[in-house]
Design a binder for this molecule. Structure first.
Ligand code: SAM
Length: 247
């Protein structure tokens, strides 16, 4: 069931993580298959030691804080001034949405996440970063929530989407075929998001097929694609659809 839990859930007020959320204070407490991520904990969340919660999937899906911060800066600067709302459709454990709220650019930030465990982590992590109350939280399928509950906000909003990157070849292909991304292809994402808002930002694999992105530009408008790097290597790209002005 879709649920707007903006005003807080008692379940999440405690500092004990609910089932499926963890804070690992030691490497040896972690399941072996995710131990390789432990060293990255401070680049994922610099305030990790304050008690950041993660789901197991989030260790490889979360946007690291320096990247999230830079993306948030770019979206804040480049979006038209008239856009006062930021909607993060795939909030995960909060990597991006916390950075958007911390930018101070938005009158309101909306976070949608279908996995209740990830959503619990995101709220808790946003609390650690002091921005939980600036975010309206929605549990459920983003496509339904955008259509049924947030449609009126579209014209005032920038919509950001960092979908799962599943599908054949994400790690091994030289060029990642966005028509085979799972569970949502490029068009599965863009069509409904662009129906809601003119300004859409997609966070995608660094090897994404540029021709497929270019083919989705409307009319004579250009789509800006930016690589976001850490330690000299690209982590991901953002594709900016609609009127964004980069200085
Ligand atoms: C790559 S992660 C997002 C990571 C997030 N940007 C962060 O930094 O924590 C993708 C998330 O999308 C969620 N998701 C997948 N399909 C969804 C849908 N239809 N509606 C809302 N959330 C969805 C998954 O549960 C997962 O947490």
């Amino acid at each position: 069931m879709d649920r707007n839990s903006q005003d807080g859930d008692n379940e999440f007020e405690s500092n004990t993580p609910p089932k499926g959320c963890q804070h690992y204070a030691n490497l040896s407490d972690m399941p072996w298959d995710i131990q390789k991520y432990y060293d990255q904990r401070y680049s994922i969340f610099s305030q990790y030691d304050e008690g950041i919660w993660m789901t197991e999937d989030a260790w490889f899906g979360v946007t690291p804080e320096p990247v999230a911060k830079k993306v948030a800066e770019h979206v804040a600067e480049a979006a038209p001034e008239s856009k006062a709302i930021l909607i993060d459709c795939f909030a995960g454990v909060g990597g991006n949405v916390i950075a958007f709220a911390r930018s101070g650019r938005w009158r309101r930030v909306y976070a949608i996440e279908k996995d209740p465990r990830a959503l619990a982590c995101a709220k808790h992590n946003a609390e650690i970063y002091g921005v939980r109350d600036q975010i309206s939280w929605y549990e459920g399928d983003c496509f339904k929530i955008l259509r049924n509950e947030l449609a009126d906000l579209g014209k005032h909003s920038v919509v950001f989407a960092s979908p799962p990157w599943g599908g054949p070849g994400y790690r091994s292909d030289t060029v990642f075929d966005l028509t085979r991304m799972q569970p949502y292809t490029l068009l599965d994402l863009l069509k409904p998001l662009q129906k809601l808002a003119n300004n859409v930002v997609l966070y995608l694999p660094r090897t994404s097929d540029m021709r497929q992105l270019a083919a989705q530009s409307r009319g004579s408008s250009k789509t800006m694609v930016m690589h976001y790097c850490m330690e000299g290597a690209s982590k991901a790209i953002c594709a900016y659809f609609g009127a964004f002005t980069f200085r």
